[in-house]
Design a protein around this ligand. Structure first.
Ligand code: N01
Length: 527
């Protein structure tokens, strides 16, 4: 059996950087990746219209000054193909591919005799001292169990596993199930390609315009003149991005109605997720939130001509509680004569038939079906792998009551196992690449110190983990984030334990991680 220092699972942005850092430490390392190339989420999510909702000047690595200087983004919000080109550029530049085994899915990782034994679907069996799960937060597609699906005569797609060869929807009657970010980005484009587009909506969603545009060369030059300072300003933001339009510190109640309206209007015009920063308490105070929500509903009524459709598109839940979406022409798409909105909030889908979808007894004839139904987020991919720690305990068993981690990095009972952006860390509430680099740096530094001190293993203490889980819940409990059925709480997956999985507040989290190290890895046992 091949003996390695480190096995990494996943070659998205987390896995690529882990490989790079591990090489710098002189570790023997192998990366296993289920996809045929690098890029992780950007490899799989190649549906029409896919683009990032964090601005491109921020959505990139910062570990290498030459890399961030040489790469040129073309738009304010980068498209999926451009981000995938960037990932491939990084892989080429740092010669990463030679240590990555592509088209290879890890099936199990079992801790035995102080080492992790990793097995894959291609028959690999390797042992490693350390194991890093760089498996991504949104990488396990949610395919709802709609009755009759197998009988459907046409092709079925999932936005999260989109084919490499773009399907031709010309002249076709296409159905989309779901109205989350993936649907909201793809619907305007699919509507322009298909003969008809039928959207099956379970919950109306809030979306704000991207106001995307080509990047202004002067803006780029200003950032590149001192990229490091720009990164530092962003890392002080609660979500680790957006220092150019920071969250207001003023609560809604301290403003007059006119000032509140102006603040919302300015953020709507500016475009993007910054909308949620219009008031300091937008995600803390229900009245402040109601006002922002009503503002968006007013925009929907102003854009969508048919009042009944506008009403159906108007979300009722707390805004920002499900992840806010960022769109180009989403609501206006429902003014097109070839687009229909079908409400399935009360009835769900009766069944899929060979010729379409039946809802509440009515048949909707379709030639192709698109599931934009999201992911078993944050835990799905980890739990699909048979991970067993000390005494043979499975991760599934350890997480029966929901995911439990220390710092979102480590799990009690699973020595030398590290999660990148795991549940209990800021992860999906931040600019992912910033969180990835912070985690990978923490992990790499930890491994370097263990080796320098001749130590073999590190493991979270159960009591530190329990206190951390309580802390994550307490932080979420002070916000409005827990008040709706989002994937943040696992509500989109039938039977999934309801737990708010990410942690709000990047700067405080970084301070905590640094303090843990300064106190000799407080909360960990080192042997
Ligand atoms: O998935 P989602 P997504 N029957 O879970 C519906 C990131 N992302 O792929 O709300 C019928 O948000 C479900 O309905 P409901 C971003 O973090 C980023 O769109 O559960 N419908 C919902 O409408 C995002 O949040 C970007 O009632 C069903 C939809 O499917 C995350 O990925 C772009 C159903 C799923 O929405 C996930 O986004 C894309 C069922 N059985 C994604 N099950 C950007 O950077 C689910 N639904 C811009």
């Amino acid at each position: 059996m091949n003996r390695l220092d480190l096995v990494v699972v996943g070659a998205g942005f987390a896995g690529m950087y882990t490989l790079h850092r591990a090489r710098g430490l002189g570790l023997s390392v192998r990366v296993f990746e289920a996809a045929g190339g690098v890029g992780g989420t950007w490899y799989w999510n190649r549906y029409p219209g896919a683009r990032c909702d964090v601005e491109s000047m921020e959505y990139s690595y910062q570990f290498d000054e030459a890399l961030q200087q040489e790469w040129r983004w073309s738009e304010r919000f980068a498209t999926q193909p451009e981000i995938l080109r960037y990932a491939n550029h990084v892989a080429d530049r740092f010669d990463l591919r030679k240590d990555i085994r592509f088209d290879t899915r890890v099936l199990s990782a079992i801790f035995a005799d102080k080492r992790w034994i990793v097995r894959t679907d291609r028959g690999d069996e390797v042992s490693a001292q350390f194991l890093v799960m760089a498996t991504g937060c949104l990488s396990c597609a949610n395919r709802p169990d709609a009755g009759g699906l197998d009988s459907f005569a046409g092709p079925i797609y999932h936005t999260g596993e989109w084919p490499h060869e773009e399907p031709d929807f010309t002249g076709k009657r296409v159905g989309v199930i779901g109205t989350g970010s993936s649907a909201i980005q793809s619907i305007p484009i699919l509507a322009g390609r298909a003969r008809t587009l039928t959207v099956f909506q379970r919950t109306a969603n809030y979306t704000v315009p991207a106001n995307n545009a080509p990047l202004d060369p002067d803006f780029v030059a200003r950032i590149k003149a001192d990229y490091r300072a720009f990164r530092a300003r962003n890392s002080l933001q609660i979500n680790a991005f957006g220092s150019n339009m920071p969250r207001s510190s003023i609560p809604a109640r301290a403003l007059t109605p006119g000032e509140r309206r102006a603040a919302l209007e300015a953020r709507w015009e500016y475009g993007g997720l910054f909308f949620l920063g219009a008031f300091g308490d937008l995600l803390l105070d229900k009245a402040a939130n109601d006002e922002a929500a009503e503002f968006v509903r007013g925009k929907i009524r102003g854009i969508v001509r048919d009042p009944a459709v506008a009403e159906l598109l108007s979300p009722k839940q707390v805004i920002g509680c499900k992840r806010l979406c960022v769109d180009t022409d989403y609501y206006a798409t429902f003014n097109r004569p070839n687009v229909r909105l079908v409400d399935i909030s009360e009835t769900g889908i009766d069944e899929v038939t060979p010729r379409g979808v039946r809802v509440d007894g009515a048949s909707h004839e379709l030639d192709a079906l698109v599931f934009a139904t999201g992911f078993d987020a944050m835990t799905g991919t980890l739990l699909r792998i048979d991970i067993r720690g000390r005494d043979g305990r499975t991760l599934k068993d350890a997480w029966r009551a929901g995911p439990r981690t220390y710092l979102g990095l480590s799990v009690a009972g699973f020595p030398n196992l590290f999660l990148v952006t795991g549940p209990g860390s800021p992860s999906v509430l931040t600019n992912m690449i910033v969180s990835i680099e912070q985690h990978v740096n923490w992990i790499a530094d930890c491994i370097a110190r263990l080796r320098a001190q001749g130590r073999a293993a590190i493991e979270a203490r159960p009591e530190a983990q329990e206190a951390w889980v309580e802390h994550v819940n307490a932080v979420a409990g002070r916000t409005l984030y827990t008040q709706c059925n989002s994937w943040y709480v696992g509500a989109n997956i039938p039977g999934k334990k309801r737990v708010f999985m990410p942690l709000l507040g990047f700067p405080d989290y970084v301070t905590k991680c640094d303090e843990v190290v300064a106190k000799g890895y407080e909360g960990f046992d080192i042997s």
